[in-house]
Design a protein around this ligand. Sequence first.
Ligand code: ATP
Ligand code: FE2
Length: 321
Amino acid sequence: GQVLGIEGTAWNLSAAVFDEDLVSLSSSAYSPPKGGIHPREAAQHHAAVLKDVITSALADADEIAGVAFSQGPGLGPCLRTVGTAARSLALSLGVPLIGVNHCVAHIEIGRFATGFADPIVLYASGANTQVLGYLNGRYRIFGETLDIGIGNALDKFARHHALPHPGGPVVEELARKGSYIPLPYTVKGMDLAFSGLVSAAKDSAAPLPDVCYSLQETAFAMCVEVTERALAHTGKDEAILVGGVGVNSRLQEMLSVMCGERGASFSVPERKYMGDNGAMIAYTGRIMLESGQTISIPQSRVNPAYRSDQVEVTWRREAGS
Ligand code: ATP
Ligand code: FE2
């Protein structure tokens, strides 16, 4: 059957319907008038566009067999707005409710879109930077940022220079004309840290394109190092890149080179599946529903700190992978 998925953990209120493939996808992005994302203002945006976004996602749908929503991690007010909508929709349609972990959804849509069965995942987004892989029924976090997400690092740097939000695409564009200057590189074991790098980049007196280029080279090389080590430790031979920062072509290139050198396959999902989107929630909700992972209303409380390794991945165990 078809599953409706609703995403709204941060900047994007997005709804989609998934069957065997994507049926429909409708989104409304919140862009802060100035500065970063304000949680309550983003939640007000989500509430204001919810009806239109969901109506348009449902326009091409047949019978809905379940309603899935992002249960966390994310911004509290945003999560609560989406959770309330999902609960009332599931109740009024008389169908099961499915609470989806946002990080797991990034991974699952990545596996769907690339066709890779058992990859190491570099999940690079605004709030998150993690290297994960499946082991004994869970997505294990092999390494992650100890401070801020890589996307937020790029956004902070951009804001410092009064560049528009989000900063990632602007930094990527400026970096094309830059050349290398040294900036602090921080990998501790399998973990990463970006705040020292961002401070040094902000303080640099070098021309802006050079700083953008070097900020990217340094931050991306850190991610590639940890991803490579995860491949080596686990013996897996596939890697994928997911999350909003994953659209960056230099990051894709660096990962592709690293994988090529060690005989691993590398792939990136289509752009529409990279940043936060309802399709990843609808798709993950559908495979969870098929394996019986539904929740009652009392179990449907949102969790702003929900971690990917808290989720029991029953749908992969049943498939024998
Ligand atoms: P999560 O909750 O998973 O952390 P998120 O709310 O941060 O997700 P995403 O859509 O996954 O949302 O990622 C948004 C981030 O992606 C922003 O920080 C933005 O600057 C960054 N980004 C977008 N395009 C690019 C790009 N071309 N290069 C680098 N970063 C980019
Ligand atoms: Fe995300």
